[in-house]
Design a protein around this ligand. Structure first.
Ligand SMILES: [Zn+2]
Length: 346
């Protein structure tokens, strides 16, 4: 019997290390490349890395400012980068997402240069943007190359790295949700991609005390684990191994409490509760997050009890096609409140 086919898209090269930003020019096209390069970044990041990037690209950099992760900025980058041969997204989140989608629309290569390790968008085929017809990520293509300068990423605020750990532990419940959907709905489930994503979650679940000391090795481990989860999504051909009920919870919170908490922080808190629904060791998730100084309670990110309860009850409605533990359990306000209280989230 023929099995269903699906397309895998993967980054072709990754350069990771201290000070590698100065090698960006070579990384992009090899020595001697002549075309202009669009560099999408926010103004803060730009002032930090401009000198290094300009000298590495030998005057070929065309800087385009990204002010927000929305479709207007994507359209502007598409327009302003028209004469360039590729797009580089430099930043924590928004510039990478905007650059990724702009490159996808222009059919030119995209290079990701993360300046922090706060979520897995740095390597995934997905972009999360405002102004789209839905509150979750859209599929684009993964970056052709990822250049991660550990010196730059290590100098970002610690909160961003902690948030990245939250996005990593979330693969635990994302994979469980995927497995459940495979059983219940017959949806494709790939055990290899699932194992790869779980390995990334385990980097934090098993190494949280060491990562929480925030040494150079912590930065490297988190960055590599985040890159690897993006690869898992590329192998799966969907965001399934990276995004389950805990992400739906986070996306719903985004819509009713915009600006409260970082993506990975919300996903981490969601993972504690979804782990309990799945019958997993939620206490281990909670203590790992605490060790890496990621928030474990709603109050820490300025979210109210009511917002947590509403998000738990309604999260699955924003993406009905995605079967998760929330589709199976159908929480009421009462059971949602009990779940959040019993796990210390409210
Ligand atoms: Zn995420």
């Amino acid at each position: 019997m023929a099995t269903a086919s699906h397309l895998m898209t993967l980054p072709t090269k990754v350069l990771i290390g201290e000070g590698v930003l100065s090698q960006l020019g070579e990384f992009i096209e090899g020595p001697g490349g002549k075309r202009m390069v669009a560099v999408a970044s926010g103004s803060k990041v730009r002032s930090k890395v401009k000198e290094t990037i300009d000298s590495s690209l030998g005057g070929r950099a065309m800087w385009i400012e990204v002010a927000a992760a929305d479709t207007k900025n994507v359209e502007r980058v598409v327009r302003e980068s028209a004469e360039t041969g590729c797009i580089v997204g430099v930043g924590g989140g928004k510039s990478v997402d905007v650059g990724k989608l702009a490159a996808f629309r222009r059919h030119v290569p995209f290079f990701s240069v993360p300046t922090s390790a706060s979520h897995d968008g740095i390597s995934s085929p997905f972009a999360s943007l405002k102004g789209l017809d839905r509150p979750y990520s859209v599929m684009a293509l993964p970056p052709v190359g990822i250049l991660a300068d550990l010196g730059v990423i290590g100098s970002a605020p610690r909160r961003l790295l902690s948030s990245g750990c939250g996005d990593l532990v979330s693969k635990l419940t994302a994979v469980k949700d995927w497995q459940l959907a495979g059983r219940v709905t017959g949806e494709y489930y790939g055990s290899y991609a699932a194992s790869l994503a779980l390995m990334s979650a385990n980097v934090v679940l098993e190494g949280s005390r060491r990562i929480g000391r925030f040494g150079a090795d912590s930065v490297r481990d988190v960055v590599e684990a985040l890159i690897s989860t993006g690869v898992a999504a590329g192998i799966a051909g969907s965001s399934r191994p990276c995004s389950g009920s805990e992400h739906l919870f986070s996306h719903y919170l985004d819509s009713i409490s915009p600006g409260a908490g970082l993506h990975g922080e919300k996903c981490g808190i969601g993972t504690i509760m979804m782990a309990k629904l799945h019958g997993l060791d939620w206490r281990a998730v909670r203590s790992a997050l605490a060790h890496v100084r990621a928030p474990v309670a709603a109050a820490e990110i300025g979210v109210s009890e009511n917002e947590v309860i509403e998000s738990l009850v309604r999260a699955s409605s924003i993406r009905p096609d995605r079967y998760t533990i929330l589709s199976r359990r159908r929480l009421t306000r009462k059971s949602a409140a009990a779940l959040a209280a019993s796990t210390g989230v409210i």
